[in-house]
Design a binder for this molecule. Structure first.
Ligand code: 9MR
Length: 373
């Protein structure tokens, strides 16, 4: 009997110890989404090669680190609405299903954008035809994902760098009323989804002024707009941190939410000091412009970590007004910045390297919350 008692207590001790160790491991296993769960959603833009994989290291990483996803390309008009009477929902459906399966906050990008337009839309000149396109396009897409997609970039990149309205097919056909129309149609189709205006260089003073004017004009017309998306295609030295801080304060004063929607930080030389994200720009590649083809030097990795740290300190300061921070991709190898504004370079703009290993910037950001909450 005594022997059995000893065996039993030994058995119980082993179970308790294992349980305890598991809990410690769980507690020690940090992630972006857990670390910032009381501050903002942490997202990643996904392309079709990412959500179509199952059981990969990447899938596990996405689910473990992020609680929000954005459609990097498959909801753009050239993919989702290639012809007047043809919608192609195949990839967008899979993207949304991936988000639902993994309980992620799903962001739709983007309903009205002058770039990556299906060719047939470029030809629309007549105002009635343009209104009909916008109705059909917005209602069909938003309705399909009603209750599933949590927020939308309703209009993308409608401003020039000087803050004036960009000349687009939409502006040409309808004048500035196209902005209010787009938001109205989206709100009618899904009154619950959050509606955003999204653009790059949103921390630069002239564009900020234009964006504020744009939001105010929608608000004065009684149109529902829930937030502003600052894309966040930034560099090691731009924009000035003070301008990011100031922009967050000024956008918050509009009484709307702010998201950092496409965050990445280029570490490569910038030809002609190009800022922003105009996808139509491109320059010649050469060794000076592609200095780290094999490995990111420690000195630059450290600079990147410091830059992310400085930016996240400001974002945390404004956390009450920030709903979501989304990185534009998961690992460095997948970033659009390997091909813009120069094709075929090796860039290192994200938190995970080409093998999905967290970089110094990842650890630095997480450590900002050490000992807090
Ligand atoms: O990352 C996207 C890239 O794969 C596409 O080729 C490109 C053109 O559609 O768009 C990139 O994403 C852009 C986003 O949709 C809007 N803001 C700028 C982003 C970077 O160009």
């Amino acid at each position: 009997m005594k022997f059995f008692k000893i065996i039993l207590s030994l058995f119980i001790s082993i179970i308790l110890l294992t349980n305890c160790t598991q809990k410690t491991i769980q507690k020690e296993q940090k992630s972006l989404k857990k670390t910032f769960e009381n501050d903002f959603y942490i997202g990643a833009a996904l392309n079709e090669f990412q959500f179509n994989k199952t059981d990969s290291v990447e899938t596990a990483l996405i689910i473990n680190e992020f609680n929000s996803i954005t459609a990097e390309n498959m909801m753009k008009s050239m993919h989702i609405h290639p012809q007047k009477d043809t919608f192609n929902f195949k990839q967008a459906d899979k993207f949304v299903a991936f988000g639902e399966k993994n309980n992620l906050f799903i962001h739709g990008h983007t309903l009205i954008w002058h770039s990556q337009l299906a060719p047939w839309i470029k030809e629309i000149k007549d105002s009635t035809e343009m209104v009909n396109f916008m109705k059909n396009h917005i209602q069909t897409i938003v309705n399909r994902y009603k209750g599933k997609v949590n927020s939308w970039d309703v209009v993308n990149e409608a401003l020039n760098d000087d803050g004036t309205l960009r000349k687009t097919v939409f502006l040409d056909a309808l004048g500035e009323d196209y902005l209010a129309l787009a938001f109205k149609l989206a709100a009618e189709a899904d009154p619950v989804a959050e509606l955003y205006y999204n653009d790059y260089s949103m921390a630069d003073a002239p564009k900020r002024k234009g964006a504020i004017k744009l939001v105010k004009s929608l608000q004065e017309k009684g149109v529902k707009i829930d937030g502003i998306g600052m894309q966040g295609h930034w560099g090691l030295n731009f924009p000035d941190l003070k301008e990011i801080d100031k922009s967050l304060t000024e956008y918050a004063a509009l009484g709307i939410k702010i998201s950092i929607t496409e965050l990445d930080i280029t570490v490569l030389p910038n030809p002609f000091e190009v800022h922003g994200a105009d996808v139509n720009m491109s320059f010649e590649n050469n060794e000076t412009m592609n200095p780290y083809p094999n490995k990111l030097p420690d000195s630059i990795n450290n600079k990147l970590a410091k830059r992310y740290e400085d930016i996240f300190k400001i974002l945390l300061k404004h956390k009450d007004n920030i709903s979501r921070i989304t990185f534009w991709g998961v690992n460095d190898g997948q970033s659009w910045l390997n091909n813009w504004p120069i094709n075929g370079r090796t860039n290192y703009p994200l938190l995970f390297d080409r093998e999905f290993k967290p970089k110094k910037a990842y650890k630095t950001i997480l450590s900002l919350k050490d000992g807090k909450e």
